[in-house]
Write a protein that binds this ligand. Structure first.
Ligand code: 5GP
Length: 175
């Protein structure tokens, strides 16, 4: 993918409009705020930053670093937790914020872990729902954009730590 060229799929204006719409749904559901947003690093950092400011209500924010081993390994279904949530989850409304849901393994397994911590509720917000390789059903409560496949970068998402700074979500072509 070294010579891949990013092609804009969703530009900054389109993303900002979707983030405002999602924030409106969250504000309507939690008019007093108080939500604990948990961003799944690294890719969600831009989406989370824009989302909480668009919601514009008092909230708590934490981050986790996790990855799933994937179904093609002997340890299928195992989560690698590099950094776990620090803010107490018990009795809070939690929204897990992810950049992109692909197989669904990572966010669905982490949701199970959060559920064991006794939250009042757990919802999932993902900037992108990539549907073509889903292995684990994930019910997305808030979804920015839906794509079938391809590798996307920008607006927090990387390829080999590149492209995270882009305003747009771009498809890497020429793989
Ligand atoms: P899964 O849903 O397969 O467990 O994992 C989702 C994670 O895989 C995402 O958080 C992201 O780190 C990575 N990922 C999956 N598809 C893409 C993609 O198209 N672009 C980028 N940059 N990361 C992806």
């Amino acid at each position: 993918m070294v010579d891949a060229k990013p092609r804009v799929l969703f530009n900054g204006d389109e993303i900002a409009a979707r983030v405002r719409e999602i924030a409106g749904e969250i504000s309507a559901k939690y008019p007093d705020g108080g939500v604990l947003f948990i961003g799944i690093l690294k890719g969600s950092f831009v989406f989370l930053a824009d989302l909480v400011r668009a919601v514009g209500r008092p909230c708590h924010i934490d981050f986790v670093r996790i990855s799933s081993y994937g179904s093609d390994t002997a340890s299928s279904g195992k989560l690698d937790i590099l950094m776990d949530v620090h803010i107490p989850v018990r009795d809070r409304h939690v929204i897990l914020v992810d950049d992109i849901v692909d197989t669904g393994l990572t966010v669905s397994q982490y949701r199970e872990r959060i559920l064991q911590m006794g939250p009042r509720s757990v919802e999932i917000a993902a900037l992108i729902d990539k549907t073509g390789r889903r292995e684990k059903h994930v019910s997305l409560d808030y979804c920015g954009f839906r794509i079938e496949g391809g590798f996307v970068v920008g607006y927090g998402l990387d390829w080999d730590e590149r492209y995270r700074y882009l305003n747009s979500v771009c498809l890497l072509e020429g793989e």
